[in-house]
Design a binder for this molecule. Sequence first.
Ligand SMILES: [Zn+2]
Length: 146
Amino acid sequence: MSGHVIRLIPEDNYKLIPAPHIIQNLRSLLDDCSIFCDIHVFDSVQFIDQGGNFEYVACPFCSEILDVAWWQEEMSRSFTHNFEDLSIHMPCCNLRTDLNRLKYHLPAGFARFTIESKRNEKELTDLIPEMEGHLGFKLRVVKARY
Ligand SMILES: [Zn+2]
């Protein structure tokens, strides 16, 4: 089956799960706006990929486009520890960062909490400022094509 999925994840804190009452408020907000979507909380950190929208990954410091084989190796290494530690050492400019801060084009990221919709992309993105107000943190938009 092919299709488009939009997922919203915390911009910075990939381990963050909002408190149950905040998730409840968010659910009510989405239901009130008749937005068809699912809120997921995962047991461990997941890579929230962009599927067929993957073009490249670049360094957040020097914008160098990264070797995909290098990135995949770092992903595999981190995955063996359930993505608990995403820290990496950039081969291009020798600085330290983490896999969640790389510049994914199109965007992707890591999360234990996602808001996901297959139908209401525009309605969901229009509501981002209000959702961020409820959640108290910025959201990253991951658009996937499979
Ligand atoms: Zn660099």
